[in-house]
Design a binder for this molecule. Sequence first.
Ligand code: BGC
Length: 755
Amino acid sequence: MKLIILILALVSSILISSCSTDKIELSNSDKAVSEKIDSILALMTLEEKVGQMLNLGLPALLTGPFYSYRDTLVFDSAKVQQLLVEYGAGSVQNLGSFPMTPKQWNQVIEFVQTTSKAKTRLGIPVLYGIDAVHGANYTAGSVMFPHQINLAASFNTKAAEQVGAITAYELRASHIPWNYAPVLDVARHPMWGRIFESFGEDAYVASQLGAAYIRGQQGSDPSANDKVLACAKHFIGYGASYNGKDRSPILMSENYIRQVLLPPFQEAIENGLLSVMISSGALNGVPSHIDHFLITGLLKGELGFKGVVITDWGDVDGLHAVHKVAANEREAVKLSVLAGIDICMEPYDASFATHLIELVKSGEVPMSRIDDAVRRVLYLKFKAGLFNNPSLYEVEYPNFASKETDSLNHQMACQSITLLKNEASVLPLNKKSRILVTGVSSNSINYLNGGWSRTWSGQDTSYNDKGKLTILQAVQQKIGSNQVCYAPGTGYVDGDFINEAVAKARPCDVIVACVGEKPATEKPSDIDELDLPEIQQELVLRLAETGKPVILVMVQGRPRIIRYIEPKVKGIVMAYLPGNEGGRAIADVLFGDVNPSGKLPYTYPRNSGSLWAYDHQLSDERDVNFGLAGFTPQYQFGFGLSYTTFEYSALKLSSDSISMTDTLKIQFEIKNSGTRNGTEVALLFVSDEVASISPAVKQLKRFERIDLNPQESKSIDFFLTASDLAFVNQQNQRITEPGYFTISLADQKARFKLY
Ligand code: BGC
């Protein structure tokens, strides 16, 4: 009889004994799991253990060339036998190349599970992982939310939690228990193509929204049939390469890493994060995949991370092929495993396992390292509930793609849209106006969704969901097709149909020019210029020459430079990548059915040579006259207008001096001084006046969305303690120094002393 039975028997019995010190330290409730893990580990051969460390791409198990499937998948029995059975791959990831229905996912994962259970000696369940980065985007028909950057623009922690929870539900409906999300990279370079996948440039926003997303996704028990395991990525610095390109070197002091990049990961771990993906970049010359200090010292040691560390896609091979820190693949495997990698995402084959088995046999990698990694992997599988019920096949998911989630999706898109300009209250538009809708993003669902939408690049139109509206369609639906003209205008970087657009603009009252970025992620999202592509700028300039008011709608992850066209347009709406309901949300904002409330989650640069984040040092502001007027972005971090007005007043501190153990209460009044309902995001910044390391000019410490009826006032309280005022000193320790601090909330300021 198979050992599966033995394992299941071990799993269902609770054994009690003490834990040895080299094991993952588990909470009391996890100690029984630890015992079970020990029992399984004791049964495993070296080959079986190494198999658990191997994460295969699904296409490696299929017939034909990689990514050649359009609507069916065919498993290749020889590949399945070799990789899943003989090598005993412990996890599988990704999609075949087209989005499958929950039923198809069920069949695929059931096949993988039953094969592994029936044909491997121990029948350990396989962990399936996917990138569900804005909803369960690789499951046909799932809700596709706005991307993370939109969640950041809404400054809505609760929304981030709900997105995490609904994504988890729809992933479980697809029988997938492990999500490679959220992205916790703090996006420090505006050129980075994956900004849309991040929570923007601020560490505090990324920490708060990231932790909320993880709570929503994992809940208190990720094995529940509506929860999944989160995987935060990419540790660390991936969003801060020196040149803004994907997977490029990061040159950064340890001090800066701890101050700016680490907090979101730390917060996530404190909120129960169970897996971390490593960055493909090299940090100060050392590829993170071999950085023992980073993985074993900082992440697993100092931050006490108990979960699994997985590589990014093919990155062990990259140590030899691209980074040139390993003479061959074998050495690459050795260096990465010794650094602390637990699972290798090896999309194509099992060479990682072959090398690792040899390395252990030759004594170059100690068995204790393998045991540590496998313990972590089995722990993750227990946490996902795989040993109880590998796929939860019998559970029904009636709320998959429900009307309620669509409406929530719409609300989230609405809350993120950021109004950047509204000259002479040109917006909201009159529904009786005759409108020209034009531009590359005006009639495309793909532009609204961006990368990771049904396919990796998000460009294939054949998988778009029926019934979702482009901006054009949403405007037509709102005001009637007979009042709307359409002209494509331009392509992304070429395709000049500008004359037609200008001709069609003449009989119209208003022009809605929808510009933006072609869907892409990773390397294909690299750009050489931050400026909005020339042809798109040309369209806007030519349209403006007609004398008709132009409203610029930007559908893009990055802040593409618009310095030349900005003065020519009357209104600017930043939509980021608002997802499947984005068209409707944009139309709602344009015509005033929704009052915009989003705020920029990054600094919007004016010039491509001046790319500072808002929390730069004062010396960054020096200008050519040696004054301090050198920071002139197009729009500041946190900027965003509304169709109503808000007044802040009566900022009051509970004391003008606090000790290291006191709590400071910050109270202020906020009033909707306009004539329509609105939501204001209050942002509380603190400036450390003098510190032993040149301090940031200001740092965000608290935020809150506040709904206000016309003429309504509310009194709001925020609280800070000394730990909110801490920073990383020259010795890389987090400390708090006494001194003066300034609080700023919109135009209100107050000062206090910490002693
Ligand atoms: C990306 C990761 C992703 C992984 C699996 C990589 O190329 O950088 O973010 O999770 O592929 O699809």
